[in-house]
Design a protein around this ligand. Structure first.
Ligand SMILES: [Zn+2]
Length: 441
């Protein structure tokens, strides 16, 4: 039987072996950042740290954090790439852009070796899902500067898979390809998987029966780590769905494995993780905190103590797969930047999705944070399945309002609209609106 690990030497290493490897790479990275990146030279000097003093993983805590805003400011002040860049520009092979809601997106540059690291660790994740050389893979992400398409494509190719290039295809063309070619693995955002399933159903296509897809993987959004969303994708495709969290600036850093135990492993040899509480102290097993990464492989943009704004929980149990890599409980639990406060209660949109998705008759939804009659209020708009009668729609609305009130600890207004009226998403979804922060004039 083929190994369930692509690189057992790393994936099953002892803690002592991993620490040794991480320490060696960390020293090298800190030295490189301090000598080749003016941005880090300034930061280290301002913090009063001497890079040569960083000898152990614990010493890392003496170094300052890096934030995305700092990187964007650096690129804006020193166009185009900022002086974070730690290699000559002619050594840069790839440029990717992070998605931005405001301002110019952050450009992330990679050397050939950096890029190999990004897609090779990604390939390790695909292998952990069960993807093998004989598989035919479709990466249904958009063809453009977003890293999703490229990393998925290169990772599958790295495993020796035949990759069906689908970046520039329409949804109809992708459906046709899935029906025609022996595509067994599909990668896309979770929103797009549901969009594709709905588009197929409208044409009378049963993806579970009429395609050969056996594995789907999802990135760009946390949906595949939400049990009800994952179950919906798995039912639509008759396949096993896996979550692959990642960050353009760091790596496709994590993966759920084929043991399907609800744990997300971290590629610790590529990026060193810290999980910090609100006072920036490390949390122990079972603890929750913000994930902070130090890149151990990227030379063009060697990020040190990068605040991801992702909330994770360190697992206090071992995964049955036998991997010794650090694991988190249930993927990324929340984006700290998405946190909303409503009448004193903290609400994350992901939690609302966890409560909405188990209702099979909800085709799509939208969350609106608003001021209503002088009070902060949450409105959840529902697009019901077209098969429901008006009495059933009303019952669905009432059941959902109940579940949301119990699950969030706050009353929520549920509005059931006409089927097919809410927007659908073929990339990352934008289901959340906050009218309280959007000034109408
Ligand atoms: Zn595992």
């Amino acid at each position: 039987m083929a190994s369930r690990y692509l690189e057992p030497r790393i994936e099953r290493a002892s803690r002592a072996e991993l620490t040794r490897l991480q320490t060696r790479k960390l020293r090298e990275q800190v030295r490189h950042a301090a000598s080749a990146s003016p941005f880090y030279r300034r930061k280290f000097r301002a913090a009063g740290v001497r890079p040569e003093r960083i000898r152990t993983l614990a010493d890392l805590r003496a170094l300052p954090f890096t934030t995305k805003d700092e990187l964007k400011d650096n690129q804006a002040a020193k166009p185009l790439w900022g002086d974070l860049l730690a290699v000559p520009f002619e050594d840069v092979l790839r440029v990717h852009m992070t998605s931005a809601t405001t301002g110019r997106p952050l450009a992330v540059l990679d050397t050939a070796a950096d890029w190999h690291g990004f897609y090779h660790s990604y390939a390790r994740s695909l292998h952990a899902f069960g993807v093998r050389r004989a598989d035919m893979v479709m990466a249904a992400f958009s063809y453009g500067p977003w890293i999703g398409y490229w990393s998925g494509f290169y990772a599958a190719q790295d495993l020796g898979c035949c990759v069906f290039p689908a970046g520039g295809l329409s949804t109809d063309q992708r459906l046709d390809a899935l029906l025609t070619y022996p595509i067994t693995v599909l990668g896309c955002t979770p929103s797009y998987a549901l969009f594709l399933a709905e588009a197929a159903a409208k044409k009378g296509i049963d993806l579970a029966r009429q395609t050969q897809v056996r594995i789907t993987w999802h990135t760009g959004e946390p949906g595949a780590s939400i049990p009800a969303t994952k179950a919906r994708i798995e039912a639509a495709f008759g396949a096993r769905a896996y979550d692959l969290p990642g960050l353009t600036e760091i790596a496709a850093w994590g993966f759920e494995c084929d043991a399907r135990a609800g744990l997300t492993h971290v590629h610790e040899d590529y990026c060193y993780p810290e999980v910090l509480d609100e006072q920036d102290r490390p949390v122990g097993p079972g603890g929750r905190g913000e994930l902070v990464f130090t890149s151990l492989y990227r030379k063009a943009m060697p990020l040190v103590r990068y605040r991801t704004r992702d909330l994770v929980q360190v697992a206090d149990r071992k995964c049955p797969c036998g991997r010794t890599l650090l694991a988190f409980e249930g993927g990324v639990l929340a984006r700290l930047d998405d946190m909303k406060k409503v009448r004193g209660i903290i609400v994350y949109p992901r939690r609302i999705e966890e409560l909405v998705r188990p209702h099979a008759d909800v085709d799509e939804f939208q969350i609106v944070f608003r001021r209503h009659e002088g009070l902060d209020d949450i409105l959840v708009r529902i697009d019901p399945s077209p098969t429901l009668s008006s009495a059933e729609r009303e019952k669905l609305g009432a059941r959902l309002a109940d579940d949301l009130r119990t699950g969030l600890g706050i009353r929520v207004t549920v509005e059931v609209g006409e089927p097919g009226t809410l927007p659908r998403f073929d990339h990352k979804a934008r289901r959340v609106k906050d009218e309280r922060t959007e000034v109408p004039f």
